[in-house]
Design a protein around this ligand. Structure first.
Ligand code: OKS
Ligand code: ZN
Length: 365
């Protein structure tokens, strides 16, 4: 084919989010979720003529506020300015404290927050908020972070709209920053707004899609997406991820959903060192069983390629050709699919790995 039909939604505003550093193993190191990741992806997409690259529409804050709390959105909007005002490092917001939320019991905690000791505000005020709304040291809020995160959500929303409007079989939302770790009122893991969850909620509640399945193939468990939909039977959330790795407190097999959502959260932890064959078999198996049984009308793929062998943080050993097979496995559902970009930090190879998934999908659909 000269040019494939898969549209790519992209905005250069991702560049507004560019913190110089993150804190890892007690040291400041260069920020791995960097702008160069997107350059690598764009250059592979262009080299292979995957499809037209289009700018996002603006759906406003409404669809974001349908997933995230208004206090959290206000925090992300004001955090940087507030931080600099209290004397914080202008390179970005890093919490001095961590609000001790018991993640294992977080769902109950949220429904019934303990009486707290702060007489002035529930989140601890300007110096307490960073620890209250962020769970790690990679969710660094720098000067343009809010605008970039807002735009990434619009990229995902535009992908959802076009998928339905144009009856497309596949759309790629090139989101940056990524989203799957972001919960209703918690950022972290390079994520601020949960782009995939925002698109999925829009698909279900605005575009009236009956059943959506999310397949999260990023190396890390998508704790944000899991938590947002934990009590819902629509969408189905399925995640394949490195067992006992980051984000540590989520991703076990016994997290199956609650109430109406019981049975609609499916975690498939795979051992560190997993290679092509075992990975593709595990993916095809879960597609052929849980996803096919659910019979989705739309599939949303949280597309991370940090499962790659040379990824600096992932613990699997997938090769570049394996991503074509992953795309092929996803195409076997014969279902319109929105791909939403998540992680992947081997900057050189991330472009080819992502494009392989999309091309594998396109070639077999
Ligand atoms: C600790 C490692 C931080 C990992 C963040 C994971 C981001 C990601 N320094 N999520 O899918 O790729
Ligand atoms: Zn990841």
């Amino acid at each position: 084919r000269q040019i494939n039909e898969m549209k790519v939604i992209y905005s250069e505003k991702h560049c507004l989010h560019n913190p110089p550093k993150e804190f890892e193993l007690g040291r400041f190191v260069p920020y791995k979720e960097c702008t160069g990741r997107v350059d690598s992806i764009l250059s592979s997409l262009r080299a292979r003529n995957l499809g037209e690259i289009v700018a996002p529409n603006d759906y406003g804050l409404g669809p974001i506020a349908a997933v995230h709390s208004k206090e959290f959105i206000a925090y992300l909007q004001n955090a940087y300015e507030e931080w600099v005002k209290v004397g914080g490092n202008p390179e970005g917001v890093f919490p001095d404290v961590s609000a001790v939320r018991d993640f294992a019991n977080l769902r109950k905690w949220k429904q019934n927050p303990p009486q707290r000791n702060f007489p002035y505000s529930r989140d601890g005020g300007p110096l307490g908020r960073p620890g209250y709304y962020c769970f790690d040291m990679t969710g660094v809020i720098a000067e343009g972070t809010f605008q970039a995160a807002y735009e990434a959500a619009q990229v995902a929303l535009t992908g959802a709209e076009l998928l339905i409007e144009e009856k497309a079989h596949g759309i790629f939302a090139l989101c940056r920053p990524p989203g799957h770790h972001a919960q209703r009122d918690l950022c972290g893991g390079y994520c601020f707004f949960n782009n995939a969850a925002i698109a999925v909620r829009h698909l279900i509640h605005v575009l009236k899609v009956g059943r959506v399945a999310i397949i999260d193939i990023d190396y890390h468990h998508g704790n944000g997406t899991q938590e947002i939909f934990y009590e819902n039977s629509n969408p189905l959330y399925v995640s394949l991820h490195g067992a006992l790795d980051y984000p540590f407190y989520w991703g076990a097999e016994d997290e199956v959903g609650e109430n109406e959502g019981a049975g609609f959260n499916v975690n498939v932890p795979l051992k560190m060192g997993t290679q092509d064959k075992e990975y593709i078999e595990a993916l095809q198996t879960i597609i052929d069983t849980r996803v096919k049984e659910y019979n989705p009308q739309i599939v949303v793929v949280s597309l991370g390629v940090d499962t790659y062998a040379n990824d600096p943080i992932g613990g699997f050993f997938l090769t570049t050709p394996a991503y074509i097979q992953i795309g092929r496995a996803l195409s076997s559902l014969r279902c319109p699919t929105l791909f939403v970009m998540e992680g992947g930090y081997a900057v050189e190879e991330i472009g080819d790995n992502v494009t392989n998934v999309l091309q594998g999908f396109e070639n077999y659909i």
